[in-house]
Ligand binder design. Structure first.
Ligand code: SF4
Length: 222
């Protein structure tokens, strides 16, 4: 896109500080069902579901965990079977050897350092094998202990299109969003952007004509 056109578009929609609240409100009205799609019953299951969701769909994870959580009820149970057995149970989620290794490693740390509980602080969560900042943020937010903003591929793309960040690196995008977004919206914003990204602001062909924030978006094609 031409630079002057981008400049004009930014001028047309106004500063991001004034747009952020109406954008959140409109997206919340358009996607009232925007919550985490993973199914879990407790914090350990939440952590495991998020670990397994890398490079696959939530539907696949839910299908796998339905059986998995029946078979393995406590962190110890994942260490009580041969590694190959757990790998076979995780196979449909892809990269299953690595996921099994991380999952066992994470359960070992939970048992040895946290009495089998999942820690709350991001700094502690990212020390668990296989847990990066995104996973840690998802887990913390779902437990009501939000400390950052989840930036996945949808959040990254929509933050850029909506002119909320010019960065490419998820950590820098998160930093921009944390400065911009009111703290009470840190947990729900990623869900709204993820659902809007799946349904409307699709990567290859955004449906700008059907988009409830097209009047507030500098990338709108309408
Ligand atoms: S107007 Fe278009 S580019 Fe902007 S958020 Fe909506 S769908 Fe995405």
């Amino acid at each position: 896109m031409h630079r002057s056109y981008v400049h004009e578009a930014r001028k047309r929609v106004g500063p991001k500080r004034e747009r952020i609240r109406p954008v959140i409100e409109r997206l919340a009205a358009a996607h009232p069902d925007a919550v985490i799609a993973l199914r879990f019953r407790n914090d350990v299951e939440l952590l495991i579901s998020v670990l397994l969701s890398a490079q696959t769909t939530d539907v696949t994870v839910n299908r796998v965990t339905e059986q998995l959580f029946r078979k393995y009820e406590r962190p110890e149970d994942y260490l009580a079977v041969p590694p190959e057995e757990l790998e076979a149970d995780l196979r449909p989620t892809g990269t299953f050897r690595q996921k099994a290794r991380n999952l066992r490693g994470a359960m070992k740390v939970l048992i040895e350092e946290y009495d089998g509980e999942v820690p709350t602080r991001i700094e502690e969560l990212v020390r668990l094998p296989g847990v990066g900042r995104k996973t840690a943020n998802v887990v913390a937010a779902e437990r009501g202990a939000t400390q950052g903003i989840v930036v996945d591929t949808h959040v990254r793309r929509l933050s850029q299109r909506l002119g909320f960040s010019r960065q490419d690196d998820p950590v820098k995008i998160e930093r921009d969003l944390m400065r911009l977004v009111p703290r009470e919206d840190w947990a729900r914003l990623p869900h709204l952007l993820i659902w809007h990204g799946r349904r409307v602001c699709i990567a290859r062909a955004p449906r700008c004509e059907q988009c409830v924030v097209n009047a507030l978006c500098p990338s709108s094609r309408v």
